[in-house]
Design a binder for this molecule. Structure first.
Ligand SMILES: Nc1ncnc2c1ncn2[C@@H]1O[C@H](COP(=O)(O)OP(=O)(O)OP(=O)(O)O)[C@@H](O)[C@H]1O
Ligand SMILES: [Mg+2]
Length: 388
């Protein structure tokens, strides 16, 4: 039997040490691959360490054990969570199971209970299948080196492609710990640099003109590092520059970059040329953005019809209604009914949040409390669907 890989999550160091001691006595069965003092640390460790089991305390700072279990169930279904709780927290136990924990141990635990519970739980769940997919740990590694490409597209300008592409990229990198690249491929009027308050950075034309499109190492200096997990390639600063960027260059660049990220998010303009077509073809998902105004004009079906004529099926093209408001006299249910293939996400109108964020150059999803806002929450939910 290969060793059971374990992460210990507890904010009290002493508790972690006791557990370590017990497990080390049985090191022919167990391998401790990581320790964490809060939920966020656990989520960071999982992609690197690929544990079988997380021993999870409930009350932890930053992200507590229940919230963390919820995220693990969604994002890393191959990981089995065992909750550790003191008797007094027993009302939480039911909640923990509801959030996806598979077993629990009451603290203080004795040696045999801990060892036996881990082994029995591991044996029970190791070959489980989730949604028809075998929960193999390689799920993470296979994604790397072959980025999932998601393109934000619309047949109309000003519908929120850039705002949504940027805020989704921020959320995916921050909350879902995906190594993400955002490319502003609105080559004429790209404004992602403005949306993150960066005006002096290098852009895609610089990479091409400097002849650096031959390796990731050479492209790297042209990437803007928004955070540890999110890099951005900006669009040129002058509209006429678009003429110098051909499909061949974009193709070359994508082949290199696809190998380096989990996700590549692409913002597009509305000019429909062979580069756009190449990107749409290459994308695993095309998020077709429409606003209520367009829905009211019934133009969206037309745009979606173009997608169909390109041969993209409903698994590839997803409709997103941005700026959702009932002021057009159309309810959420009516919108959903109008599009039989389904609305992937509805992002509410929130002029205050969006305009402050745009004016300041601070993506609103980068604020720690972004999911307290309806618009932030809607984006978080959409992102969750993007990573499964
Ligand atoms: N959910 C929303 N609520 C309120 N305002 C929004 C929302 N989404 C976008 N906006 C506003 O709409 C404007 C256009 O957004 P954005 O620049 O993202 O659109 P776009 O589709 O990228 O446009 P373009 O075609 O010019 O590239 C923004 O200035 C922003 O203020
Ligand atoms: Mg835009």
């Amino acid at each position: 039997m290969s060793k059971i890989k374990i992460i210990i999550a507890d904010d009290i160091e002493e508790t972690r040490n006791v557990i370590k001691k017990i497990l080390n006595l049985k090191n022919e069965f167990f391998e401790i691959v990581g320790e964490a003092s809060n939920g966020e640390e656990v989520l960071k460790l999982i992609p690197m360490e690929k544990p079988d089991i997380v021993l999870m305390d409930i009350n932890m700072p930053v992200l507590n054990g229940l919230e963390t279990t919820d995220k693990i169930t969604d994002l890393f279904p191959f990981v089995t969570v065992i909750i550790m709780s003191v008797q007094a927290e027993s009302e939480y136990l039911k909640k923990a199971m509801f959030h996806g924990a598979k077993e629990y141990i009451i603290k203080p635990f004795d040696y045999d209970v801990l060892v036996n519970t881990i082994i029995a739980t591991y044996e029970k769940y190791k070959d489980r299948v989730v949604n028809g997919v075998n929960c193999e740990k390689d799920q993470i590694t296979t994604k790397q080196g072959n980025a999932k490409i998601i393109t934000f597209f619309s047949s109309k300008g000003g519908v929120g492609k850039s705002v949504l592409a940027l805020n989704s990229a921020v959320t995916l990198s921050r909350e879902y710990h995906k190594k993400t690249l955002l490319i502003d491929l609105d080559l004429q009027f790209g404004d992602i640099s403005m949306l993150v308050n960066q005006y002096e950075q290098k852009n895609i034309l610089d990479v091409i003109e400097d002849g650096q499109l031959d390796s990731y190492e050479n492209i790297k200096p042209y990437l803007y590092k928004f955070n540890e997990n999110l890099h951005i390639i900006f669009a040129p600063t002058k509209p006429e520059a678009a003429e110098y960027i051909g499909k061949d260059s974009i193709e070359k660049m994508m082949k290199i970059l696809k190998k380096q990220y989990d996700l590549i998010i692409i913002d597009t303009g509305i000019n429909f040329n062979d580069s756009t077509l190449y990107i749409l073809d290459l994308s695993e998902l095309v998020l077709f953005i429409a606003t209520m105004e367009i829905v009211a004009l019934k133009n969206t079906k037309l745009g979606l019809g173009v997608m169909k004529s390109l041969g993209y099926d409903k698994d590839k093209v997803k409709l997103i209604i941005n700026n959702f408001t009932t002021k057009y006299g159309i309810s959420k249910a009516e919108v959903e009914e109008a599009f039989r293939d389904g609305v992937f996400a509805m992002i509410p109108e929130d002029q205050n949040t969006v305009s402050i964020s745009v004016n300041k150059g601070h993506p609103f999803c980068n604020s720690p409390k972004y999911d307290k806002l309806k618009i932030g929450k809607a984006i978080a939910i959409m992102c969750k669907d993007l990573v499964i």
